[in-house]
Design a protein around this ligand. Sequence first.
Ligand code: ADP
Length: 310
Amino acid sequence: MHALEISNLEKTYASGLQALKGIDLTVEEGDFFALLGPNGAGKSTCIGIISGLVNKTAGSVRIFDHSIDQEFILAKSLLGSVPQEFNFNTFEPTEEIVINQAGFYGVPSRVARKETEHYLKQLGLWQHRRSQARRLSGGMKRRLMIARALIHKPRLLILDEPTAGVDIELRRSMWDFLEQINDQGTTIILTTHYLEEAERMCRNVAIIDEGNIIQDTSMKLLLKQLNSETLVFYLRDNLEQVPRLASFDNIIKLDHHSIEVEIPEQHSINDLIAELEAQNIVVQRMRNKVNRLEELFVKLTSKTDRTSAA
Ligand code: ADP
C-alpha cells in the first residue's frame, strides 16, 4: 500500500513563480522518507499541498489511496502534519492545544485527555501542560506541534524541518521519538537540512531542486554518490604554486596560505598531510569546505555557486 502517491503535481504562485513543475513521488507504507533540497527548492510547497494548506495548480495527491480532492476529510484524517511555522494559539495552555485538536478529529474527550497525557509525557512536556504555549522554549513548541499532529493517530506523519533551531541533545531525543513511532507503524516523511538527520533515520530519499525531483532513491545509494569530501587546509608558510601530489588531483590554491583539496574515498587526510610534508609544506589547520548535504546538492545540480555561500 502506498502511504502517499503524488503525480504530476504543479504549483504556480500568484506571482507567476512555478514552485513545483510536475513532480511524481511515491512513499510506501511504513517508510521513513526524506525530502531533501536546497532552500527554495519547493519542499514546503509540496508539504503544504499534501496538508491542505496550499492549493495546487495541477496534479493529484493520494494519501493511503484517498484523494485530497475528492475525499479530503478521509485523506486528512490519515495525515498528521507539522509545518515549520508555529501555528497554535500561544495564549492557550499546552495541554488544551492538544486536546482541542483531538476535538477537531472527533476523538472523544476522555480518550483525548488520556492520549494527550501520553504524548506530552513522551515528549517531555507534561510538567509544562498548564503553561501558556508562549512560555515554552522553541524546542518545546516544536515538540508541542508534534504531539498535536499525533493526537488523532495519523498513519502518515509529515514534518517540515522538525529539528530546525533545536539544540543537539534535544534533536537526538526527537530522533529517538520519531524512530519509535515509525517502528510502531507510522509512515514518516520529513524535510531537513541536516544530512546527518536524514542519514540516521531515513530509508528512502527524494531530492527536489527548482521544483523538480532530481533523485528518488534509497539513502544507501544516495550516500554512495558522496564518495569524496572537499577540505580547506591552512599552511604555515607562503605557498608559491599549487603543489603536485601523487594521490590528489583536485587542488586549488585559495591564497598564499591556503589550499582546497578534494579527498577521494580511497585516500585519507593523513595521506594528504604526509604527501604535503614530503614537500616541506606544513598544515596548521583545516576545515570542511561545505557541509556534506550542501556538497551533495552541488554535485547533483552542478551549481558550484552554492558552495561559495557555505
Ligand atoms: P523550500 O521549502 O524547499 O525552501 P518553498 O516551497 O518554500 O521551498 O519555496 C519554493 C519557491 O516558491 C521559492 O522560490 C519561494 O520563494 C516560492 N514561494 C513559496 N511560497 C510562496 C508564496 N506564498 N508566494 C510566492 N512564492 C512563494
